[in-house]
Design a protein around this ligand. Sequence first.
Ligand SMILES: Cc1cc2nc3c(=O)[nH]c(=O)nc-3n(C[C@H](O)[C@H](O)[C@H](O)COP(=O)(O)OP(=O)(O)OC[C@H]3O[C@@H](n4cnc5c(N)ncnc54)[C@H](O)[C@@H]3O)c2cc1C
Length: 476
Amino acid sequence: MSEQFDVVVIGGGTAGLVTASGCARLGRRVALIEREALGGDCLWTGCVPTKALVASAKLAHQMRHADAWGLEPVTPKINPKSIMNSMREAQRVTGKHDEPEKFRKLGIDVIEGTARLVSRSKVAVNSRRLTAKDIVIATGSRTSVPPIDGLKENGFLDHVSFLKRDHFPRSLLILGGGPIGIEFAQIFRRFGSEVIVVEMLDEICHKEDPDVIARIRRILQEEGIAIHSGWSVMSVRRDGGAKAVRIENTSGETRELRVEEVFVASGRRGNTEDLGLEEAGVKLHRSFVVADKYLQTTAPRIWACGDVHGGLQFTHVAAYEAVKLVRNMLFPGKSPVSYEHVPWGLYTDPEVGHIGMTEPEANAALGPDRVRTYSVEMIDVDRAVVDRTPGGLLKFVCDSKGKIVGAHALAPNASTLIEEVVLARKKGMTIGNLAGLVSSYPSFADAVQKAASLYYQDVAKGWIGNVGRRVAAWSQ
Ligand SMILES: Cc1cc2nc3c(=O)[nH]c(=O)nc-3n(C[C@H](O)[C@H](O)[C@H](O)COP(=O)(O)OP(=O)(O)OC[C@H]3O[C@@H](n4cnc5c(N)ncnc54)[C@H](O)[C@@H]3O)c2cc1C
């Protein structure tokens, strides 16, 4: 006997929770199916635990370098179990927002189990059969394990397996220099591990602006992290109690590195197996669900949002997409998703805040002649100096009329600092408009005015130059 619902949501991470609660609040009969625990990657194995560890690692680093603040440096006693328990306490507190009872109170039928589509409108879970007008796939993503000789056979860590442990390896090789790999590299290093990052591309954090990348690279290297970019991991073998990892660069040069553990952070894949998607007419691209700009899959009335459909894999993007999806599913007309004004953070210390295009992206899109950049070093921002965090910068990438096409910050709380620019861009303000804002002193926002005032110097230079040239031509 099939139970009737308006909407069945598969996956109880951010995307699924926001979709289910949105539909329930709009009076729909909703079932939400989750095979592990509500909260998904963000709460259990992603944002929350890693940022809690970033905070502990930052404190350990500051203790070692307390002389910068005029205090006696101390070597912190690193007790992995107590650090991991402190992280789990942060999870417990944030997890209160994702407890099943909260969603049941909204009238949602929260079902523990693994879901599978049995037709375009029917879902099987445990021994139940649910029929729905609309079905939402929000099953998220997981580590994609590359087919490297000996990797699986000899064992490896990823964010999920590491976060279950109470032990930090003495040495590790991190496979992948993207956000996950780099955040973990700094965490492990600050907890005392020897860390090697191997990145196949020429640069780590390749989505960031080159000025930001250069500084992150320098900061990580100064902390003792070895970075091999332009190198690929070819094989892993056991060597006594260690793992011997052979890496190779594009010129065919090879090296063998000995470490206690290999940590895989080189990519993600969608959780799309055993869901009955293809049989229901839902197309996949590689492992991700294909969805259009309205978040509609290739099968009628089956929708997808969050990590499972690839694209920008962030919690705030999953939530944004879920809101759009609910709107498109339940109301007439359609509203497309747009990522133009979506920022992101990279939670190294100091943090990265990113919105819009990098300088190379703007050069490619607009042509280098039409791109202007305005940068302020944090050493010139008094707040960064008094806080003893001077190594960063704020960089604006604009067109020749001052339209902000991108902005990139490396500073404490840069993910918050960049929000001012996100709002300005969204409201169509130019960098010139930002120069007119008054910020508290001393604040990091001061960097925004400082960079914006460079724009006026640029304009004035152009104007004075033009007048000068005219006067010179006239007087000849
Ligand atoms: C180490 C790490 C750090 C991160 N840090 C950040 C950060 O700082 N900021 C940020 O914005 N993003 C961060 N992210 C990304 C963020 O965690 C994801 O973008 C976000 O969790 C995606 O949400 P989602 O709902 O799409 O998927 P998920 O959170 O993965 O939820 C999917 C859910 O579906 C369930 N599921 C899967 N298949 C089935 C099935 N057949 N039946 C029932 N249930 C099923 C899963 O158990 C899971 O709970 C990080 C990711 C990682 C890995």
